[in-house]
Ligand binder design. Structure first.
Ligand code: NI
Length: 170
């Protein structure tokens, strides 16, 4: 296990479209090690989630978990989830704004509109197919992390920059 270096906004890897992982390759030691390292890195930096491009790997892998996170003290908890080649489809037109931050955009927070409900189709880390509905905060986290796979960060999704704030002022 290792704590990986997190790319910050300005690094071109954050703007790349990530490649899918061949499903038959999900069990490969290199992928399993990457997933373990991503989880360890997310925990180390108190992230709610992490996408592989954030650790300089342009592949479609995201991890997230929210459980007593000091950066999100009021958030509902989300079990540790690993998604490979995720596909997100909104199942509502309803958007809700709330605060987001990102380990690749350190010290900043902003209000971001997100769909309140999405269908998630992906593989888990064992290559098993997942297909479920994510709601509210979990839907927000999934949309944020999957945006990293298409070269987007939360500031791209803000309707207005008026709410952009340093965490210390927040
Ligand atoms: Ni992020």
């Amino acid at each position: 296990m290792a704590i990986l270096k997190v790319a910050r906004l300005g690094h071109p890897v954050l703007r790349k479209i990530a490649e899918p992982v061949p499903p038959e390759g999900i069990g490969a030691p290199v992928i399993q090690q990457l997933i373990d390292d991503m989880i360890e890195t997310m925990v180390e930096y108190d992230g709610a989630g992490l996408a592989a491009p954030q650790v300089h790997v342009p592949q479609q892998i995201v991890v997230f978990e929210v459980e007593g996170n000091p950066r999100y003290p009021d958030a509902e908890s989300i079990p540790l989830t690993v998604l490979i080649n995720p596909k997100i489809t909104p199942t509502t037109q309803r958007l809700e704004e709330d605060w987001e931050g990102c380990l690749s955009v350190p010290d900043l927070r902003g209000q971001v509109p997100r769909y309140t409900q999405v269908r998630v189709e992906a593989y888990d880390r064992h290559g098993k197919k997942l297909n479920y509905i994510a709601k509210d905060f979990q839907a927000r986290v999934v949309q944020h992390e999957c945006d990293h796979l298409i070269g987007k960060v939360f500031v791209d999704r803000m309707k207005s920059m008026d709410s952009l704030a340093f965490t210390r002022e927040f």
